[in-house]
Ligand binder design. Structure first.
Ligand SMILES: [Zn+2]
Length: 89
């Protein structure tokens, strides 16, 4: 089976690359050398001139990040609660 290609973007330069998804690996932007953000493989990447499209994409990405972080925090709290419950017994 072929490894799934996913999208990497640099919001600052509006550049995009496709590559295989790897947990410990970040694509570097060819223009500014910063780490690119990873997006779902079927995310539609707007054209470079499409500023509105890029703004929307960035907002979508930030919102998603925020949501994931909140979920993560919630899970951590849940585990802490569970540990405390267990210690009581
Ligand atoms: Zn860049």
């Amino acid at each position: 089976m072929k490894a799934k290609q996913t999208n990497f973007v640099c919001f600052k330069c509006k550049t995009a690359s496709r590559g295989p998804w790897r947990r410990e690996f970040a694509f570097k932007c060819s223009a500014c050398q910063s780490d690119m953000e990873m997006l779902h493989f079927d995310t539609e990447i707007p054209r470079k001139k499409n500023t509105t499209g890029w703004k929307k994409l960035e907002k979508f990405f930030r919102d998603q990040q925020e949501r994931l972080q909140k979920e993560q925090e919630e899970r951590t709290r849940e585990i802490e609660r569970w540990k405390r419950e267990r210690e009581k017994k």
